[in-house]
Design a protein around this ligand. Structure first.
Ligand SMILES: *Cc1c(COP(=O)(O)O)cnc(C)c1O
Length: 404
């Protein structure tokens, strides 16, 4: 993108960027929509054409052309520039999944002997990767309580290279103060990374606050329709150049059809997220007042421990609401079975409201005691609010709770 174009995009609002950013018109055959370049490789006219390409590549000058599918694709490139524009960042790299984005970036930035600081309530597979895989590579990992800055600071040592956190966290929607996190990073010369899947760039833009790497599972809100798997890493051009080199070698690339679906989903991102924000606020307030509900976890409620930070830092509180039903594991399960609209499934961020009991979905193999150690209560229910009319969801939850 030219600098002029980049400046224009930076002035756009979220919806304009979601529709228009990344479009390099005219497209092939003057197609209005983004063409799907369903190809694994690219052709050369003749030997001279190939030589010129190789020469330019040697000097790092081969702008605008690609030789093989793992090194790029025009459909994927268009979505990457839209994602970068939405985060107001320089670069974005699309991956085959959220986990591929996180693991590929960590493997790029960390070497044997380095140290990583990770906050404790992050995505289970991320924690598993850091705890088992990175440790096997002699990368030291400290897991510290999210939001506890003094324990983050005391975990810092001479070989600390990266602090990785998540925001809002799953399932309690905790929100860390990013300015403080970035401050610890810059004071100590340590890079920071945030998994911002639950926030989306509509509610929060960590790169603008100074975070080096922003991850999303694009499978969730960015795609928005539960019909694709993808991940993204966003950041500065210089850092992401290293990540991209690694992706070309490790190969966790996305594919053109997924990129097309993601571009299509992104066009409505701002509209969808604003709906999710408003619906989740209304539903969390309803649940908060319900006698059969013990506690509601939603950062938009002033009873949430991080409400103040979230209100200062975010422009919306997101579409996930967690709540504890009075009683035990069976009570919560009975309520889940009694609702009619929400569907039992893992994941979040799509059009359909999904409901799950974390104790039985993500943490099934653990005992109640082990789950309690991780803070996962048996009576906890997680709702990912979809695009239905909030009142219909409220009526449905009300009949299910009353039947307990
Ligand atoms: C789903 C999720 C991931 C993993 O993303 P995939 O696309 O499933 O690989 C990582 N972090 C968070 C917060 C998630 O919700």
């Amino acid at each position: 993108m030219s600098e002029e174009k980049q400046e224009e995009v930076a002035r756009w609002g979220d919806s304009t960027a979601a529709v228009h950013a990344g479009t390099a018109r005219p497209y092939c055959q003057h197609s209005l929509t983004l063409p799907v370049y369903q190809t694994a490789t690219y052709t050369f006219e003749d030997t001279q054409d190939l030589k010129e390409f190789m020469d330019a590549r040697m000097w790092g000058l081969q702008e605008g052309r690609i030789e093989y599918g793992r090194y790029g694709n025009p459909t994927i490139a268009a979505v990457e520039s839209k994602l970068a524009a939405l985060e107001r960042a320089e670069e974005a790299i699309l991956f085959s999944s959220g986990m591929a984005a996180i693991t590929s970036t960590l493997l790029t930035m960390l070497s044997s002997g380095d140290h990583l600081i990770l906050t404790d309530d992050c995505y289970r597979r991320t924690r598993q990767f850091c705890h088992s895989y990175l440790k096997r590579m002699n990368i030291d990992v400290s897991i510290v309580p999210a939001g506890n800055f003094s324990s983050i600071e005391s975990a810092v040592s001479a070989n600390t290279k990266l602090i990785l956190s998540e925001l809002p966290t799953n399932p309690y929607l905790r929100v860390v103060d990013l300015e403080k996190l970035v401050d610890i990073g810059s004071k100590n010369g340590i890079r920071t990374a945030i998994d911002s899947t639950f926030a989306t760039p509509i509610n929060l833009r960590p790169f603008e606050i100074g975070v080096d790497f922003v991850f999303h599972s694009a499978t969730k809100y960015l795609g928005g329709h539960n019909d694709l798997l993808a991940g993204v890493c966003v950041g500065s051009a210089s850092l992401l150049a290293m990540v991209r080199q690694n992706q070309w070698m490790m190969g966790a690339v996305s594919d053109p059809h997924t990129a097309y679906l993601l571009d299509r989903g992104l066009k409505t991102l701002a509209l969808r997220v604003r709906h999710h924000n408003a619906a989740a606020q209304a539903i969390s307030e309803f649940l908060n007042d319900h006698p059969r509900v013990e506690r509601v976890w939603y950062p938009g409620l002033n009873t949430h421990p991080d409400h103040e930070v979230a209100a200062r830092q975010m422009s919306g509180f997101g579409g996930v609401v967690s709540f504890e039903i009075r009683g035990d594991l069976e009570n919560a399960a009975r309520c889940i079975d009694a609702v009619e609209l929400p569907i039992i499934a893992p994941s979040l961020g799509g059009a359909e409201t999904l409901i799950e009991q974390p104790a039985l979905m993500s943490y099934f193999e653990l005992s109640t005691e082990e789950r309690m150690e991780l803070g996962i209560k048996d009576n906890l229910v997680r709702l990912s609010i979809g695009l239905e009319d909030p009142q219909d969801l409220i009526d449905d939850l009300d009949q299910a709770l009353k039947a307990l």
